[in-house]
Design a protein around this ligand. Structure first.
Ligand code: G4P
Ligand code: NA
Ligand code: NA
Length: 191
């Protein structure tokens, strides 16, 4: 997606050879017009995938997930990182390891959010090691539902997430694919 790549080049900051900061338009301040176009791009990519629901994780996945849900006209659910006081018995939970933050966190989903009939599109802001997306596939499968695919705003192709999702048989579509952040430079796979 050219508009996104341009924005990453202009406003992205390389923190180190692994981490890109995009706080000007995605992770802190959010650009609604860019996010609308992101949602439409995902909707186009998954138009024939029979998506009935979208699943993401709070917080940074919510904006692109919401815009995709709007464009596909399906509901959007986000997994929670904190166990809600009001969580029902029989709710779904799985552990997600965060390499970036060196933490092992549980995520939670109320058990009535997904049904066995649902065909669920996963949307997230970044794909790094794939832990978040793989955790969401586990929640979907625990609910008896099926995975329609995975839509990623920014994929880092030099980290193992994409390969892991491919090997697990999921269809992954990324809007921007970064092959390197070395030497303070953002290089896209198709540059
Ligand atoms: P993984 O899901 O692919 O395994 O990713 P990882 O554990 O490495 O990432 C943990 C968190 O860091 C996630 O956000 C993820 O979106 C974010 N992240 C990964 N790589 C980058 C990057 O290069 N830049 C930025 N800005 N974020 C990155 P989170 O902890 O779930 O937080 P939230 O922002 O969604 O609340
Ligand atoms: Na995220
Ligand atoms: Na994030």
């Amino acid at each position: 997606m050219e508009e996104l790549k341009k924005r990453i080049r202009e406003d992205g900051t390389v923190i180190n050879s692994d981490i890109l900061k995009v706080d000007q338009f995605l992770n802190h301040q959010i650009d609604p017009s860019l996010l609308r176009n992101i949602g439409e791009q995902f909707a186009q990519a998954f138009a024939n995938s029979d998506v009935s629901k979208i699943l993401t994780i709070e917080s940074s996945g919510i904006a692109p997930a919401l815009m995709t849900g709007l464009a596909l006209n399906v509901p959007v659910v986000f997994a929670r990182k904190k166990k809600p006081l009001t969580l029902n018995e029989g709710s779904l939970t799985t552990k997600i390891q965060s390499y970036t933050k060196h933490l092992n966190n549980s995520v939670y989903l109320e058990n009535n959010m997904l049904s066995a009939e649902d065909h669920v599109l996963i949307i997230d802001d970044f794909l790094a090691n794939g832990e978040a997306s793989l955790g969401l596939t586990r929640l979907i499968e625990m609910a008896g539902a099926s995975v329609a695919g995975v839509g990623i705003v920014i994929e880092k192709t030099f980290q193992p997430g994409r390969t892991r999702l491919d090997h697990a048989g999921y269809s992954v579509y990324s809007l921007a694919r970064i092959s390197s952040l070395a030497n303070n430079q953002i290089t896209f796979l198709d540059d």
